[in-house]
Each structure stands twice: as structure tokens, then as C-alpha cells.
Design a protein. Structure first.
Length: 313
């Protein structure tokens, strides 16, 4: 199998490339940078075929992907800075990346008759209630610019292609790039009290585990919408933070001792920092994975432990 992977400078694309290599598949990585710009960790992705691509340039998208002639495009690239997306001067760019980019990729995939995996988000919903969102739910009502543009990207793919997988994930963390865990670990070194919201509920997603699922999917024709995160139950960001510090301390990092570092739960309203409205309910129903023969991801606590063991504090 030959896969063209976008966003390899980010968390998920990096791990997808390594998973392809581990299984003996051919991976062609791309991102907007002139050369691979992710962490130089000595893994396969750092030496694999790379091509610079601006996904908002339709002509270039067609040229590059035609030349690659892949069996599947795994589209991981996206604008993910949720608060910045709200700025008036950024909105057109965010729409170009999150909506037009997937549209152009879907169009060239249709021409080449190849498959496409589009990575999306629970932010396409309104984040209300407490019922887990089902993958085929069409009650779209994004709360912010990021969610709105990701929804436009989804709809562009599903209206253009038949051979597509749209996979919604949430609370993403990986070794290559910024994420919540790294932010908390850094704050924990310099603060003795940290305030974290306890009324936004979801489940984390480790890109290493997600990459395995995506490559599994790529080898099938079980197309459609899916939801995927790690297992282990629904939690708040506050719960997640407590476990991050508990595990870091258990690994011998004394600065995260509960005697020194306190985590205070607050509501989203009390926290009151973000420009973009955030969903309270990020619970995703993942039953469609098992219904279609895919393995569920490991528990998030296990994923966190593996991340922390690999992360250089």
C-alpha cells in the first residue's frame, strides 16, 4: 500500500508515517515546510520521502498527489489553534486550511480513484448534554470558527467521494508537537497551584494508538464516519491533570508531588480565558469501530503512561 500523508510535521501525521513504515507500507509525507520539520527523533519518518505541499493551493494539490499516485491519502494537516481561529484576520486562512484543503484533496482522490481518510473533531457538534455523540449523527452545530471550518471540510469530503473515512477524535496528544500534557507538565514545574476546568468532559487520544487504527482502516473498504479516542471512560480536564501529575510523580519526578503541587477544579465560566466557546460534552460513541471489526484503542491511563515514559521531561 502506498499512502500520502499530510501534516507530518504534527503529532498525528508523524506517528502515521512511522506506523506505515513499521508495517512495510510506502509512506510519502507532506507539510507546508520546505523540509520535514517535526522532531528529529531518529524514527522512520525523519528519513522517509517528503514533499512540501500547501494544501490551500488547488493546482499544487493536484500536481503533487497525481505524481505520488497513492492508494490512499491520510489527511492529518489542519489549523488546530482554536482560540486564534476566532481572530477576524485569521478566519479566511483557517477556512482555506480546514475546508478548502480537504475539498481539493478529495477532488484529486476522486480523479485518481483512491481512498481518503479525513481527520475531524467533536467540535462539529454543539457540545451540549451528556449523551455520547454517534458518528452518523447529523445534528451539526459548531460553537466556534475551528469547528465550523472542520465541518465544512467533512462535508466537502463526504459529498465528493465514496471511498472516504471521516474519523473524529478529541483531546489529542503525541510526542511530536504541543499538547495539553506538555503544557501541564511545564506549568507544574513553575507553579504550586494550577486551576483546571472540570465541566468539559471527554476522553484523550494518543496519536501513537490512533495511527495504528488509521492504518488498519486504510487496508479495508469499510468506509464512512467513525469516532475514535482511547478507552477508559469519560473524564474532565481536571481528572486528566490529576492523573498526569500522579503518573509523573510515580516515575520519580519529585516536582509533581501532591504535597507541593495542588490542582484546583474550576468551571469553564470561572476559568474564563478562551476566546472560542468550548464544548462541555466531548463524549464520543465508538461502538461503530467494533461493529466493523476494528480494535478499540487502549485505556487512556495506559496511553498516558507510555507517553510519559517516552517523553523527555
Amino acid at each position: 500500500m502506498k499512502a500520502f500523508v499530510t501534516g507530518v510535521g504534527g503529532q498525528l501525521g508523524h506517528d502515521v508515517m512511522n506506523e506505515l513504515a513499521a508495517r512495510g507500507h510506502e509512506g510519502i509525507g507532506s507539510d507546508i515546510a520546505p523540509a520535514y520539520s517535526g522532531i528529529q527523533d531518529g524514527t522512520a519518518v525523519t528519513a522517509m520521502h517528503y514533499v512540501s505541499l500547501d494544501i490551500t493551493d488547488r493546482e499544487k494539490v493536484f500536481e503533487v498527489i497525481r505524481e505520488a499516485a497513492p492508494d490512499i491519502v491520510i489527511h492529518c494537516a489542519a489549523w488546530t489553534a482554536v482560540d486564534l481561529a476566532e481572530d477576524e484576520d485569521k478566519r479566511d486562512k483557517v477556512h482555506d486550511i480546514n475546508a478548502n484543503g480537504p475539498k481539493y484533496i478529495a477532488e484529486v482522490c476522486k480523479e485518481l480513484d483512491c481512498k481518503m481518510i479525513q481527520i475531524s473533531t467533536d467540535y462539529v457538534f454543539d457540545g451540549q448534554g451528556s449523551t455520547p455523540w454517534k458518528p452518523d449523527c447529523k445534528d451539526y452545530a459548531p460553537l466556534n470558527v475551528y469547528g465550523s471550518t472542520k465541518l465544512d471540510g467533512e462535508l466537502a469530503v463526504s459529498s465528493t467521494l465514496e471511498k472516504y473515512f471521516i474519523v473524529r477524535i478529541a483531546w489529542v496528544f503525541g510526542l511530536n508537537g504541543k499538547n495539553f500534557i506538555k503544557t501541564m507538565l511545564n506549568l507544574g514545574k513553575t507553579h504550586d497551584t494550577i486551576r483546571v476546568v472540570n465541566d468539559q468532559i471527554g476522553t484523550p487520544t494518543y496519536t501513537l494508538d490512533m495511527a495504528r487504527l488509521l492504518v488498519d482502516m486504510a487496508q479495508t473498504e469499510k468506509y464512512g464516519y467513525y469516532h475514535a479516542t482511547n478507552e477508559g471512560g469519560y473524564i474532565s480536564w481536571y481528572d486528566f491533570t490529576l492523573e498526569i501529575f500522579r503518573q509523573a510523580y510515580a516515575l520519580g519526578h519529585q516536582e509533581y508531588s501532591p504535597d507541593r503541587l495542588k490542582v484546583s477544579p474550576v468551571t469553564t465560566a470561572e476559568y474564563g480565558v478562551s476566546k472560542a466557546a468550548r464544548p462541555f460534552n466531548s463524549r464520543l460513541d465508538k461502538s461503530k469501530l467494533t461493529e466493523n471489526g476494528f480494535s478499540l484503542l487502549p485505556d487512556w491511563q495506559d496511553a498516558l503512561q507510555r507517553f510519559l515514559q517516552a517523553y523527555e521531561f
